[in-house]
Design a protein around this ligand. Structure first.
Ligand code: FMN
Length: 263
């Protein structure tokens, strides 16, 4: 594999969950945000909220909230005499694409200034609270938050699936038992070797009174992630509620509306 300083920096990156108190200068923040803005976009369907100071997640000096922003798009379209007819689910997908690329550009730019960062994925479920705090207009939906600042920890880069379990050229292969087991082992052995879950005392509890059979000697990533998606967010109701509160219509269309599509 070839590397260069940029790729090496990307391979060394890790989420940072402990920060020094130093506040990054305005010029650095501006550069990070400009690098984010300059990411490829489909429609610039995202905007950023920023908080600085104490009391932010992980004690970071900066917290960005990355939003899908249909409000701003609709203001621009109105100036042109247009009304959006594209359904909100499609707009949401396009917006998430734009927002993700912007956010990751910011992560890499932050690294180049010696800063670290960590995403926080629960924002969509707290959209109403975030909207109150930042006085968000309707049609702006927080997708993810990003803490940022100078690191006060230096963990090792975290494991990933093998490349052969990720990159499928020309055709998606039948994934063999061996391939699955090897990929799981790479993740689990990697996290165990770093004492990731035991150090952080992280173990997702089993619902429904099921008895715990894991210890920190064998609890690792594939069990952790399986417990998340095997127990959490069964119903889409809360997310749909949050979207509705923010003025996003993502329900199935009525038969009448669906009929209009064919015209
Ligand atoms: C969309 C997204 C949401 C995340 N949410 C959280 C979070 O709520 N809390 C947290 O500690 N880490 C969160 N992370 C960080 C991941 O746990 C981390 O990226 C992953 O474990 C891989 O580790 P690494 O970034 O150090 O390589 C999130 C990452 C992403 C991309």
């Amino acid at each position: 594999m070839n590397t260069n300083p940029l790729v090496e920096a990307m391979l060394e990156r890790k989420s940072i969950r402990k920060y020094g108190e130093e506040m990054p200068p305005d010029e650095v923040i501006e550069a990070v945000v400009r690098a984010g803005q300059q990411a490829p976009f489909a429609s610039q369907l995202c905007s950023l909220l920023l908080s600085r100071g104490k009391g932010l997640p992980f004690g970071a000096p900066l917290l960005f909230t990355v939003c899908v922003d249909l409000h701003r798009m609709e203001l621009v379209m109105a100036k042109r005499g247009w009304q959006k007819v594209t359904n909100d689910l499609s707009m949401l997908f396009f917006g998430i694409q734009d927002a993700s690329l912007m956010a990751e550009n910011m992560v890499i730019a932050a690294e180049s200034f010696g800063m670290g960062s960590c995403f926080l994925g629960a924002a969509p479920y707290r959209a109403d609270k975030i909207a109150q705090k930042y006085k968000l207009p309707a049609r702006v939906f927080p997708i993810v938050q990003l803490s940022m600042g100078y690191p006060a920890e230096n963990p090792p880069p975290r494991p990933r699936y093998p490349l052969s379990f990720t990159l499928f050229e020309d055709e998606y292969p039948a994934l063999s038992e061996t391939a699955i087991e090897q990929a799981m082992e790479q993740m689990d052995e990697g996290y165990l070797a770093q004492n990731y879950y035991s150090k952080g005392k992280i173990m997702i509890r089993l619902d429904g009174g099921r008895e715990e059979s894991y210890t920190y000697d064998n609890y690792s990533w594939t069990e952790h992630i399986s417990r998340k998606w095997g127990q959490w967010y069964r119903s889409p109701a809360e997310l749909l509620r949050q979207l509705a509160l923010r003025g996003f219509e993502v329900q199935l269309p009525t038969e009448e509306e669906a009929g209009l599509e064919g015209e």
